[in-house]
Write a protein that binds this ligand. Structure first.
Ligand code: SIN
Length: 550
């Protein structure tokens, strides 16, 4: 497929190529029906189509696919419990009810999930799940297998695949998103126009020095929305995965939660167990941070020596361990928490529509309300496939206006569901899409930003640590100059934009809830059962500084 110098206009332009974006793309493109060609669809991505965080996802897809003991009600209850009071129950109901159908569609598309000797799908259990319900592929190579099938299908069906294109900012005309400005692989910035622009740009693990996310996870979509004043929420809730391998490789190799689901144990420096291995991730990561602080160490241990047939069940993890001389059948594995998933993002309704007509968001970039304050394990590939499909259905219909449902309910003034309130924060400065500097300056500044965020806004935060992080970010801002469009500079601008928003939310939320832990406010406070929103309109009063509107 050749790429025109000025591609578009498209009916739909999808930004990003992970499970969410491609689940939408394969539905929106497709062959001609009755001689009528499908509306034009472009997929724009800053790397290669297959180069997304999805391919790193290990554990799997949580979905109730059978088994007498399980039910979607239980999956709903587990998701709500992990989300610590901030899930939109209607969004979660959709997630758990529509998930099984999406998994079956992937199987039809050619995804090969692992099966028992009987031929039935093999189901794993992970933290926070009351039942085994996680389907997986290649042991713990689920994302790579899902991505393979979706990438193949997208190449076959999309009108244009723009690889190596970096989206800089939204183009807004007459109160509507009509495209993006973008940096092609070679040449000056151009506008790519579309009737519908879909943010599917993933998460932002690169805000931190230690992350399981690939280098591309720089929060680009959330930053673009923040700069345009489109509502974003829950960005203070960054999930740290407890069992990243403590090793210099970056992204940090993940030791899937499925290992704990199969019986692997967490041990401290003295070899003692100290937390329920199958508690939700926020609980486990906090317990690890506390134990590491007590013992003055930077890592703990995962003991998988009791697992049978480790290399056969988890071949990818076994190969990665073997490459650094570790044998999980005999060695305890060094581990420490690493930034893994952004639970919040661009606020959407139950169909992926944002507050800005023409702009949609799906997957990790979005805040649909399904994750609340802490995502349940293996609900993220699921979210991408469920909401990617819903978005495609909605765009294909004649209902395109954002509605007061899901997380967008609060922002658009709908009746709050289950008492979840909304507080709009004062606008953070709108940062630039790109800064000047040489590539090495930019790499150094990115490193400084990551160190500031890791030191001050990691697993456990306090007013003092967040202030220190804000100072570190301000130093990075001071070192940046004028606009110069380059991918590295644009990514740094996006990281700074999101860091500002995250720190503002984290400083405002003076409680501990889900993935946001404050050592100076260790209790959960019912008054903070509200979304902290940047941009858009508050549902119940003027912006509040410092405390919740009670
Ligand atoms: C894992 O396999 O532990 C990661 C899966 C997820 O992030 O949900």
């Amino acid at each position: 497929m050749s790429t025109p110098a000025r591609p578009g206009p498209f009916h739909v332009l999808v930004l990003g190529s992970g499970v969410a974006g491609l689940s939408a793309a394969v539905r929106l493109a497709g062959p001609a029906h009755d001689g009528v060609a499908a509306p034009s669809l472009g997929v724009l991505t800053k790397g290669a189509l297959s180069q997304s965080a999805t391919r790193w996802a290990q554990g799997g897809v949580a979905a109730v696919l059978g088994g007498d003991e399980d039910s979607t009600d239980l999956h709903l209850a587990d998701t709500l419990a992990a989300g610590a009071g901030l899930c939109d129950e209607e969004a979660v109901r959709i997630l758990v009810d529509e998930g099984p159908g999406r998994v079956h569609e992937l199987i039809t598309l050619g995804v090969e999930f692992d099966r028992e000797a009987t031929g039935l799908l093999a189901l794993a259990r992970e933290g926070g799940h009351s039942r085994p319900r996680v389907v997986h592929a290649g042991g713990a190579a689920t994302g790579a297998e899902v991505e393979r099938a979706l990438v193949d299908a997208t190449y076959r069906t999309a009108s244009a695949v723009l690889e190596g294109w970096f989206a800089l900012d939204l183009v807004i005309e007459g109160g509507r998103c009509v495209g993006v400005s973008a940096l092609p692989p070679h040449g000056p910035v151009v506008e790519v126009r579309a009737d519908h622009v879909v943010l599917a740009t993933g998460g932002a693990g690169q805000l931190f020095s230690v992350t399981t996310n690939p280098p591309e996870s720089t929060g680009d979509g959330v930053a673009m929305a923040l700069r345009a004043g489109v509502s974003t929420a829950d960005v203070e809730f960054v999930q740290f995965h407890p069992t990243a391998l403590h090793h210099p490789a970056m992204p940090r190799p993940l030791l899937s939660e499925a290992l704990r689901g199969h019986g692997a144990l967490l041990r401290d420096g003295a070899g003692q167990q100290f937390v329920d291995e199958l508690a939700p991730r926020d609980v486990v990561s906090r317990a690890m941070a506390a134990r590491m602080a007590e013992q003055g160490t930077d890592h703990l241990w995962l003991d998988a020596t009791g697992l049978e047939r480790f290399p056969q069940r988890f071949p990818t993890i076994a190969a990665s361990l073997s490459s650094i001389g570790l044998d999980p059948e005999t060695d305890w594995l060094p581990i420490a928490p690493a930034a893994h998933h952004l639970s919040g993002g661009v606020v959407t309704d139950l169909w992926g529509a944002t507050a800005l007509p023409g702009l949609w968001a799906i997957g990790e970039v979005a805040c649909t309300g399904v994750h609340g304050a802490n995502r349940l394990a293996s609900n993220s590939l699921l979210e991408g496939m469920v909401f990617g499909a819903r978005l495609a259905e909605r765009i294909a219909s004649s209902h395109h206006e954002p509605e007061a449902s899901g997380a967008l309910r609060a922002v658009l003034g709908g009746v709050p569901l289950n008492g979840i309130g909304c507080t709009t924060l004062a606008d953070a400065p709108r940062r630039w899409a790109a800064g000047s500097g040489t590539a090495s300056d930019i790499a150094k500044l990115r490193d400084s930003l990551q160190r500031a965020m890791t030191g001050g806004a990691g697993v456990v935060r306090s007013a003092a640590s967040l202030d220190a992080a804000a100072e570190g970010v301000a130093d990075v801002v001071a070192a940046l100059g004028d606009r110069t469009a380059s991918v590295a500079a644009g990514e740094l601008g996006n990281l700074v934009q999101l860091a500002d928003a995250l720190l503002a939310s984290a400083r405002t939320r003076t409680e501990t809830r889900g993935a946001h832990a404050r050592s100076d406010h260790p209790a959960t406070d019912a008054a903070w059962r509200r979304r902290l929103v940047h941009g858009g309109l508050p549902v119940d009063g003027a912006p509040v500084d410092g405390g919740p509107a009670r």
